[in-house]
Design a protein. Structure first.
Lengths: 136, 643
């Protein structure tokens, strides 16, 4: 028998940052906090370094959602990293619009180095949202 | 492009293999054309496995390496060094995290965890396929450490750091140094008093030109990063002129005249203190302090003492440091009302209060006006909780309680001690103390988790009713004069520093190291170290050991004056660049300038200024910029492998 919950699970690509949000994702695992298993992480130095073409490539290849786990005010590179990542999301949204991709499939939130619980909550709610889109 | 890649899939004992079918992962990834060999291993980090990997690289002439194991934060350098030993460039190695981000996170769904592990390893293989050989970058570093907390661990680490040549700023929130150690009188095993130990360390600190001590000081913000932290410190005035030479007779008179009385936290609420205070005569720094929160500025003390100065203002300092060491200690567990009779039955106190009570009572042990002869100790209060949050053992309390009982028995006459315990944990040399206490008449009774002693009042003192495990569950009633709850350690209630520095907090709510065995004093925040009881329950010996370890680690990180960083740099393809200038605008380090190239103006990255953040790469309209290690082909091939 097929597992209905697994069938509906969305594939989510997370861009995490090596020094800030990736430790939080590690911490979630260390604390055995469960989130949907089809969440895959690629880490990069800073959340303001996500190229629009990577996000579009992910959608093109079949990811249901992309989540940018932003550095927020903790970014060791720039104090206004959040603003820069937000502007970047705006730029990616424009390109998604051009391709007819629903904008809500790209989500960004600040995830600090100890934000294991917020990360898990984000993944569960994003998965629920994307799964509903899939089911409909 | 690599075509002879070695893949090693770690079981991590059973941390991974309990949830991920590692043989299946191996079988599937081995079918990739570019994978030359694949193996599973019990512990990839074991010395024997490292040797095996190095031998495979050398003998099979592998051109890429993938190890699927724990977080790269633990073993990235371990396997990079394996690659170096086998003459493979360390940047042709990729570590895939199938533990924290797979087997542990999805331990509830092993089948899905295996499927995820396969995709993660395939992504790693595709990343290494396109990786290039690189050399590390170097940045300058301040050989200065900010040590936060001047308790035993902070003081000892400050001295060690200064001895090794680092400049140290020692920041203490209280107006006096010594932390918890100064509150304890005799210490096991040496019999020295805590304050003697603190005095000795303080004298060394004052004589060391490379240590600057700030008391009444708190870190309020942090900027920068490893090698170049900017720390903002707020200094609360003590309202006594620094040149004050303490005259104890005059100080006694000032104490008498001060109308304010507040609970004395140094004595855990057993006594009151004044708004102007000094916890004990030989406390350091020598001059007293005025408690800003409670002083009503009546000015009576000014009439007696010209050294009091209410004109002193809060100061803010900006310190530069290469590394930070947190040694902020612990709080004793505060029992809930009614927990083993605490605050509901008369003459029930905590172990920490008992230690202060002994010091406050010279010839006879008196509590609430009553002479004490029968003392009971209930162990594991606030530790090893079957239902509460504190599952851990606080480590120091068994020894501390037995030693306290021994001190009481030896200091006062006709004392009988009863120890109601859940199994005594006087490990190592401390076992001798347990033996001596048993030999000298202390009575030990033992109970289980599910049958804790009942505490009632017998009208004159507490009565303990216990089903004693050592006498086959016989119910025993013991009437006492004083009951001591052997309370363990909990993390500090006030810890703004954790929010400021984003120090990870573990399941036990203490600060979390990267790895308890492999990187026990480092945190995931580069350059931020932890030591002492802020990390986990420790006795003084263990705190000092971890302080010395952290001092050595911090010094080795920054003392060379430069720190090696990842060679992650932005590179601009000048043939594609049309000099739009977006990269120049966004770079936070002014690392991008323009140059003439092939008859046109183009952008160029200054390698010595570029920090490898990658902010410039998404904004280039021509996609002319790549970040080394995160090139389009690497990221996009990973995306394809993950889907």
């Amino acid at each position: 028998m097929e597992d209905i919950t697994t069938k509906k699970e969305a594939k989510i690509l997370v861009f995490s940052t090596e020094k800030i949000s990736d430790p939080a994702i590690d911490l979630a695992g260390l604390l055995k906090m469960h989130y949907p298993p089809k969440v895959y992480t690629i880490n990069i130095p800073c959340s303001s370094a996500v190229k629009p073409r990577w996000v579009l490539h992910a959608f093109e290849k079949g990811f249901d959602g992309v989540f940018i786990a932003a550095d927020g005010t903790d970014c060791s590179y720039s104090e206004d990293c959040s603003e820069k990542t937000s502007e970047l999301v705006g730029l990616i949204h424009k390109k998604m619009e051009e391709k007819g991709i629903e904008l809500a499939r790209l989500k960004m939130a600040a995830v600090c180095s100890v934000c294991a619980e917020p990360f898990v909550k984000h993944m569960i709610s994003f998965n629920t949202y994307l799964s509903n889109i899939k089911s409909n | 492009m690599k075509n002879k890649i070695g893949v090693y899939i770690c079981q991590c004992g059973s941390n991974i293999s309990d949830y991920v079918d590692v043989e299946k992962v191996k079988e599937i990834v081995s079918s990739e054309d570019i994978v030359f060999l694949s193996k599973t291993t019990m512990f990839a980090c074991a010395d024997s496995t490292q040797k095996e990997i190095a031998a495979d690289i050398a003998e099979q002439n592998l051109d890429g390496l993938v190890v699927a194991s724990c977080s790269p934060k633990l073993h990235l350098d371990t396997f990079r060094n394996v690659a170096i030993r086998a003459d493979l460039n360390p940047y042709n190695y990729v570590q895939v995290n199938i533990r924290e981000q797979c087997s542990w996170a999805h331990s509830d769904k092993p089948k899905d965890a295996t499927e995820k592990a396969i995709k993660l390893v395939l992504a790693g293989i595709h990343r290494v396929k396109h990786s290039v050989a690189l050399e590390k970058l170097k940045i300058s570093s301040e050989n200065t450490v900010v040590v936060v907390g001047a308790g035993i661990a902070g003081m000892r680490s400050a001295i060690e750091l200064a001895d090794m040549g680092s400049q140290v700023y020692l920041i203490e929130r209280e107006h006096f140094v010594g932390g918890r150690t100064s509150q304890w009188n005799e210490l096991f095993t040496t019999g020295e008093s805590g304050r003697d130990v603190v005095s000795s360390l303080y004298k060394q600190i004052k004589s060391h030109s490379d240590i600057t001590l700030f008391t009444g000081a708190e870190v309020v913000s942090k900027g920068g990063s490893v090698g170049n932290f900017n720390i903002e410190v707020k200094i609360t005035p003590r309202y006594i002129k620094p040149q004050c030479e303490l005259d104890m007779d005059k100080f006694e008179k000032v104490l008498e005249i001060c109308p304010i009385e507040v609970e004395d936290e140094f004595n855990f609420g057993l006594t009151k203190r004044k708004a102007i205070y000094k916890n004990y005569p030989s406390e350091f720094p020598e001059i007293p302090a005025i408690d800003d929160k409670n002083c009503n500025r009546c000015g009576k003390c000014l009439e007696l003492c010209p050294d009091i100065d209410f004109g002193q203002k809060v100061e803010t300092l900006n310190l530069k440091a290469g590394a930070i060491l947190i040694t902020t200690g612990f709080d004793p567990y505060e029992p809930k009302e009614g927990e083993f009779g605490y605050k509901t039955v008369d003459s029930v106190i905590t172990l920490q209060q008992m230690k202060r009570l002994i010091e406050l009572n010279d010839k006879e042990l008196i509590y609430n006006g009553k002479k004490i002869n029968k003392v009971g100790f209930i162990y594991c209060v606030g530790s090893r909780q079957p239902d509460g949050d504190n599952k851990y053992c606080s480590r120091y309390c068994c020894t501390s309680a037995i030693y306290t009982g021994t001190v009481v028995r030896e200091k006062y006459k006709n004392i009988q001690n009863f120890h109601f315990n859940r199994g005594i944990r006087t490990y190592g040399k401390q076992e001798l103390l347990y033996h001596d206490a048993s030999e000298n008449g202390d009575v030990f009774l033992q109970f289980y988790n599910d049958s804790t002693p009942a505490i009632t009042s017998n009208g004159t003192g507490p009565k303990v009713t216990i089903e004693d495990f050592l006498t086959k569950g016989k119910e025993i009633e013991v009437n006492l004069d004083l009951l001591v709850l052997v309370t363990g350690m909990v993390p500090r209630k006030e810890r703004n520093i954790a929010d400021i520095l984003k120090i990870p907090i573990g399941r036990d709510k203490f600060y979390n190291e990267i790895h308890p065995k492999l990187r026990p004093v480092e945190t995931v925040i580069d350059g931020v170290h932890i030591a002492g009881a802020c990390q986990s329950p420790k006795n003084i010996t263990e705190s000092v050991k971890s302080a010395l370890s952290a001092a050595a680690k911090a010094n080795s990180l920054i003392s060379k004056g430069e720190i090696e960083l990842e060679p992650t740099l932005a590179v601009i393809d000048k043939s594609l660049c049309k000099s739009a200038g977006e990269c120049i605008k966004i770079c936070p380090y002014d690392a991008i300038t323009t140059v003439e190239y092939d008859g046109k103006t183009v952008s160029e990255v200054n390698k010595s200024s570029c920090k490898g953040c990658g902010m410039c790469i998404p904004v280039c309209p021509e996609n002319a910029i790549q970040l080394i290690g995160y090139t389009d082909i690497e990221i996009e091939s990973m995306i394809e492998a993950l889907i």
